[in-house]
Design a protein around this ligand. Structure first.
Ligand code: FE2
Length: 340
């Protein structure tokens, strides 16, 4: 307990001259920032990556719609491992929006693609995602000031007469650590020089003109931990860099791209979704992509997708973790946070 003797002099609106604050020892302990405490927080802030040999955990849809404990488990899995597959979801359009409402009462994050969107091969695709072409590993909406924290992809139909079309995932933070270990200069260059990310598309129902310039890798300036980054080759503008920086930027970019695109990487997960699966993943930490596919006449591959904003994810993760587990999730604070 702390007694403030001359509380009214502090400018507080209390009429009493003194005030007593009750602080629990566990709260005081959580506010320690001495080197030993910071080291302990850092260990918890570096979750282990998903590997080819340890694919995303599978969680049943029904239980996380009904049980707060299951919801808490899912959100913590997303914060710690970056991805989870929700199985047994109903094959109805709008299911992803219902799932998003478990995190954000207002529903999915509204973006230039609307609230939810349909991924299937169109005859005249407006976007490469709506074709049968393979998609290289990337994050979505990197040209936003705050790209979505989560992305959901609900497999509505994936006929057996469709060959290819497997989903791919890769832990970007772990790949950045590989770059740091193998080419520290390239790592540092990509922490310092900004890439340029853009969406300039006037020939659409809602024209859009967005440019975002930020480095590809973000580190905590105190601990040097990787805490975020941006990677999306299809949405990169020409680098807006002076000639003196251009060569080392392009060399570092190419070195990192080789790590990210290595088909034999242990970090690269490849799997085929089945109807009723919802792939849920961190759009800030995991790159996602898709293998090219060929569909026989009449065969269909159809996913419905949506996003969840970072603020909604972090807030619900922490509130749910406190209620169910009695403590917050510290890895959830990695989404660009400079703590500890
Ligand atoms: Fe995407």
């Amino acid at each position: 307990m702390v007694e403030w003797k001359d509380f009214s002099a502090s400018g507080a609106s209390s009429t009493s001259a003194s005030h007593v604050s009750k602080l629990t020892t566990s709260w005081l302990r959580s506010q320690r920032y001495d080197p030993a405490a910071v080291a302990q927080k850092r260990i918890r802030a570096m979750p282990s990556p998903l590997l080819r040999t340890s694919p995303p955990p599978v969680l049943p849809f029904e239980s996380l719609m009904q049980s707060e404990e299951a919801l808490c488990n899912w959100l913590n899995t997303l914060a710690d491992s970056g991805a989870a597959i929700i199985s047994g979801a109903p094959l109805e359009q709008g299911t992803v929006a219902e799932l998003a409402k478990k995190i954000s009462p207002g529903g999915p994050m509204q973006t230039i693609y609307g609230s939810t969107w349909q991924v299937r091969a169109d005859e005249v695709p407006i976007n490469i995602a709506y074709s049968t072409v393979g998609l290289c590993l990337h994050m979505d909406l990197v040209y936003y000031e705050s790209p979505p924290a989560l992305q959901f992809l609900h497999c509505m139909r994936f006929d057996s007469q469709v060959s290819g079309g497997e989903s791919t995932l890769l832990d970007y933070f772990a790949a950045a650590e590989q770059l740091r270990a193998t080419d520290p200069n390239a790592f540092r260059t990509l922490c310092q020089l900004p890439g340029s990310f853009q969406k300039i598309h006037y020939n659409r129902e809602n024209p859009v003109h967005l440019i975002n310039r930020r480095p590809h890798i973000w580190v905590n300036p105190r601990t040097d931990d990787v805490i975020g980054g941006l990677w999306a080759p299809p949405f990169e503008a020409p680098p807006m860099l002076p000639p003196a920086d251009m060569e080392r930027y392009l060399e570092a970019y190419a070195t990192f791209a080789r790590i990210l695109e290595d088909p034999d990487s242990q970090l690269r997960l490849t799997f085929r979704l089945k109807p009723g699966d919802i792939l849920t993943f961190s759009n800030r930490r995991m790159l996602h992509g898709r293998m090219p596919f060929v569909q026989q006449p009449g065969a269909v591959r159809h996913l419905e997708g949506c996003y969840v904003a970072a603020e909604d994810f972090i807030s619900t993760l922490q509130r749910t973790s406190l209620r169910v587990r009695g403590r917050m999730n510290e890895t959830g604070l990695m989404l660009g946070s400079h703590l500890p």
